[in-house]
Design a protein around this ligand. Structure first.
Ligand code: FES
Length: 118
């Protein structure tokens, strides 16, 4: 069974909005890796910065609003910011992180797997 552990990364939504302008990306260190935060018309998305194809920095790529995706700057493959999956015939997929915005701040979620024996 998957559980999500939430970790606070910003004090407020305003701080997040100032960190990532519309159709831009920025990065934070999270869960021991560089994670990109992207902002589209659908909201904010978090995904591993390291391209699942060959390791380029996705945060150096371009956000595509109509597909809610990011284009890798190296080979120009497109990846969904919602699922991390490749959109242009690429089998690779990157890890995504859910974002929760509350009055207490902005949180990224880490999915943790736990075995449950009955
Ligand atoms: S390294 Fe990103 S598409 Fe190849």
């Amino acid at each position: 069974m998957d559980q999500i552990r939430w970790v606070k990364v910003f004090e407020s939504q305003i701080a997040l909005e100032n960190f990532v302008p519309h159709l831009r990306t920025n990065t934070i260190m999270f869960d021991g890796r560089k994670v990109l935060i992207a902002r589209t018309s659908k909201g904010f998305f978090a995904m591993q910065d390291k391209c699942p194809h060959n390791g380029a920095s996705l945060s150096m790529g371009k956000c595509i609003d109509e597909h809610t995706s990011i284009v890798c700057p190296l080979h120009r493959y497109h990846f969904s910011l919602e699922t991390g999956r490749g959109l242009s015939g690429v089998a690779d997929a990157g890890r995504t992180y859910p974002i929760k915005i509350t009055e207490e701040g902005v949180f990224l979620g880490i999915k943790e797997f736990s075995w449950k024996f009955w």
